[in-house]
Every structure is written in C-alpha cells, then in structure tokens.
Ligand binder design. Sequence first.
Ligand code: FES
Length: 642
Amino acid sequence: TGDPLLVFMPSGRRGYFPKGTPILAAARQLGVDIDSVCGGRGICGRCQVVVSEGEFAKLGVTSDTHHLSDFSSVEQRYADKRGLKPGRRLSCQAVLLGDLVIDVPADSQVHKQVVRKRAEMREIILDPVIKLHYVEVREPDMHDPTGDLQRLEEALKNQWSLEGLDCDVRAIQGLQQALRKGEWKVTVAVHMGKQITAVWPGFQEKIYGFAVDVGSTTIAGHLCDLQTGEVVASSGLMNPQIRFGEDLMSRVSYVMMNPGGDQDMTRAVREALNDLAQAVAREAGCTVEDILECTFVGNPIMHHLLLGINPIELGWAPFALATDGPVQIWASEIDLKVHPNARIYVLPCIAGHVGADTAGVILSETPYESDEMTLIVDVGTNAEIVLGNKNRLVAASSPTGPAFEGAQISCGQRAAPGAIERVRIDRETLEPRFKVIGCDLWSDHPDFAKQTEAFGVTGVCGSGIIEALAEMFLSGILTQDGVIDGAMAAKSPRIQAEGRTFLYLLHDGQPQLKITQNDIRAIQLAKAALYAGARLLMDKLGIEKVDRITLAGAFGSHIDVKYAMVLGMIPDCDLAKVTSAGNAAGTGARIALLNRGARDEIARVVKQVEKIETAVEAKFQEHFIEAMALPHKTSPYPHLAK
Ligand code: FES
C-alpha cells in the first residue's frame, strides 16, 4: 500500500497505517492493550511505549531507522513536568512516520499482571471494578438548558464510548463544584462500566483499594493502587474484640449472655478498621478519601459481626449463616470512613464454620483449576480444611481448639519476641537447644543471652510446641501413645516426675518452661482433630493419598512442615509438595479487589463446594481416636521414612 508497517510487541499484532497516525490510535484499531486515563491528552502518562530495538527483519520490518515523530509540545510538557524515562514515548502523542516496531511495557497494559512472590501462585490480572476516565465537559449556556450531569454523560459517551451510565446521588451532590473547580475538566470514577461513583476536578492521579482479612486475633489490611495493582502499604492490628472473648466461641457466648453484646463487638471491629485504614493511608501518603473500593474476608463469626449481624445462630447446630452469598454494600453502611461513595465487597461464606476467609484461600490457591488432589489447611482456633481438584471440592471445619496457638499449654504464648519457635533435642544427652522470636541465634550460642536480654525467653509459641513434641518423640522421650517415658528420667535430669506423670524441662530459667503431660494431651487432641477432619474429606472423595498440601494462615507459615508430619497433623505426602501459603485469605481479598472477574469466579466455586459437617459424621470419632497416636496408629507415613 505504501503505508508504513507498524508492529506491536509482545503481542505481535501488526498493520499498515498512514503516516501521521498516533501510535495509540493504531493500537486501538488493532486491539492492542494500552492504558489511558486522560483519553490521549498527554496528561496521564499511562500510554507509554518504547521503540523496540529487536531484530526487525524477522518481524518483516524493512528499516530500523527512527520512524517516530519528535516530541510534540504536549509530550514535551509532560516530560518536563512528570519526567519520561529515556526511550519512552507517549503513544497518544507520538505519530508514525515509517516502518516501526513498538514495545508495550507491562506497566502500560490495561490488564497488567500483578507480580506475586511465590512461583506457584496464581497470576492476578488487573481488572478492577473501578476505572478512571478524564473528560472535558461542555459548558452550560443559556441557549442549551441541559444539566451538568447530562453534559458529563455526553462527554463520557463521546470521549470514552461509555453509555447508559447511572449516577449515585452522592456523586451528583459534588458534581457542580467539581466541574467548575476543574474548569470543565474532571476525572470520573466509573464502577463496573455502569455507574458514576466519584468526580474530581482536573486530573485525578490515583485511587486506592483496601483489602482486609478480619481475623479473630489480628486484622490485616493491604492498600493497593487500583491503577497498578501494587500493594502500597500494609498494616495489621489486634482485633479489639479480644476483650470480649479470646476465641470465637467465647465471643458468641458473650453475645448469648449479654444482650447487645454483638453491637459492642460490631462497633469495636469497625473502629479498628477505621484505624487500620488511617494507618495504611498515612503510610502510603494518601488520604482515606482516596480509597474507593474495599474487600473483606473473615470467618463466619467475624463476617457477621462486621456486617452487624448477630452471630448467635452460629453458636449452635445447625450453624445457619445469615447469608452465604457475597455481600456488596456501601462503605458508609458499616461506618467505614473512606471515600463517601466507596463500596465494599465481602467474599461469600461456605458454611457455618467455613467462612469467607476460606473462600479467600480457595481463590488464592485455585485447587479448582488443578488436576492434583490438593489439601488446604488453615489452622486457627478451628481448622478449616478444603480438599479436592478441578472435578470436586469438599470442605469442613475441625474443632482443633486453640492449642496450636499456644493457648491451653502451660508454657504457651502467642508468637512474640521471646517466644521459643524452634527446638532441637540431642538424641544422646536429651539436652535441648532452641531459637526464640526476635533473635537469629540458637540458645547454645555464646551471644544468645546478650542478644535476648531485652525480652528474655518468655514462653513457647505454637510452632515451638510442635517442634518440641516432635523432637521429644524422635529422641525417644515420648512414646507413640504420647506418654513421657519415665524410664528416661534416669538418662537426663530434664525428665522429671510430676505427680503420676513426667515432664520435660525445656528451659531452666526465669520463667521455667516445662512441657507437661497435659500439654502433650492438648496438642494430641488438636492434631487428632485436624487429621481426622482431613481424613474424613479423603473418605468422601474415596482417596488414600493427597498430591499436595498447602498450609495457610500465620500458623502455617511458621511451622516446619516436616515436624507437622512427624506429629501426624497432616496426612502423609511428599514433603516437597507441602508448602505454606502465608496469609492466603488476605491474598484472596486482594484478588477480589483487583480483578472483578474473580468475584464471579469465587461465588461460583463456593456454590459447588460440598460441605461436610464433622460433628454429624460417625467416622470422624473413629479417625480422631486413631489419630491420637504419633504420628498415627494405623496410617503409614512412607514419606517420613525417607
Ligand atoms: Fe494519557 Fe497518553 S493517554 S498521556
């Protein structure tokens, strides 16, 4: 044709365009994904591209000379004001002059991939429910008596092909002021391509989303830039509901015994959320009004209390949820002080004991996309367990109690500086050495005392208990039945009689830290409940082994999977396939924040999950009793032998 050839990389899309065609316009015609908020006015800088330096001949491009126009005055103004890295151009300004290959960098793509830490994690493709559009609106005049909103809609239609929008009254309330302050240039936030949610004068650079995991102990929030998907600030705080009850069931009992107690707890968690929003906004250097969208996960009781629903029905059989679907509301409806028009999406719950937090874990780990039979365990006061693959998913909750969190253990404590988290016991002398949180040295290092001086050795946290017991078992102090062998007292002064049982002195300091027979029983009960729950789900699917195990939650990221298997907390599995997913529930909230399609996805998956109620399954008791032994009475652990 004589027109120059233009090739976009990495998509490889290509076409011939007349000289003078803006690169962005050509990209649009070819369906190449390039971002824009300002609609090609040289303001937003999201449309940046790079002139490729690749091998042009291979792409059919004949010449590698620079076939792009020089900087326009608009592009120069942008470069002067905001800076443009060498080689980068604004594709809305630069025009085609000859054959050319253009690279579209990842950060200029509309549906960019959000980087995640672990290789096996799912990709998050950025496609948030809220998008920004900059428009120039026609001024009103006496001869054309239309409303400001109608002229704004006209601009959105002409400049962005957005039609049939509606507008919330709260956005209309601020509209006239924004238009005049911005001299008829405004940035509009549009929700789901359908509703005008906010209007700012001039160009609004950034909007944020807030993804929160409301745990019964800790509330953790991530502030994300909704245009890049990046986490710009993270923070956590204690759930203030703890003052009403340490664990979930004691909070439900509080409601049963104190009329109105649910409202006190609702108020407490909402206040904490406001503090958390303030904290992350401060860290990111923005204000809470810049937060337009929030997503929440939490176990069913946290879910209900957050939404102002009395959780009393979750305290007794049949543990009916008020709703198991996703909940979408205005932030103002739960007194969350963010942008006045911000919305909240709460992930769906699965069953009375298996909450939106587990839905978040499922969304993050995507067992429903895999052939591998995956067991996901989220350990808290209850263990929430999911098993399955792309054909079928089953879920249950197992009453492990708080022993894994260090509660009910004589020397137990929460994970904090000074808590023992790693334990080794010499197989010959039976002498222990350990590590505490807050110090990198083992306790037998000469500098250990000095480095731990500030906090001391104060107790044993959940992962420390697991390791202590597993090491006691491996060194012969503990029998397969979980009894401290009194005969070993002759071998080491660490093993001491206590009434009719024995104990192991883990730390002879201030305070003395002892592992008693009762402590061991508490862990045995907890681990047997966890195993029995997993085993029950395996029965349901008719399988004898699992391909992969994922440990979710704070506990999962602290324990050494090898020790979890030595104790028989989890079924036998190739250790290389047992991984910790960290705060996968919170990640699920972040996915739902950044990708609107993920919301439909999880709502669909949750509906298909088969719920198993451990309390009514006779087999559960049977599995439970067998699982009291270390690692198990009858089930073999071939992977441990290796
Ligand atoms: Fe906004 Fe090019 S589209 S600067």
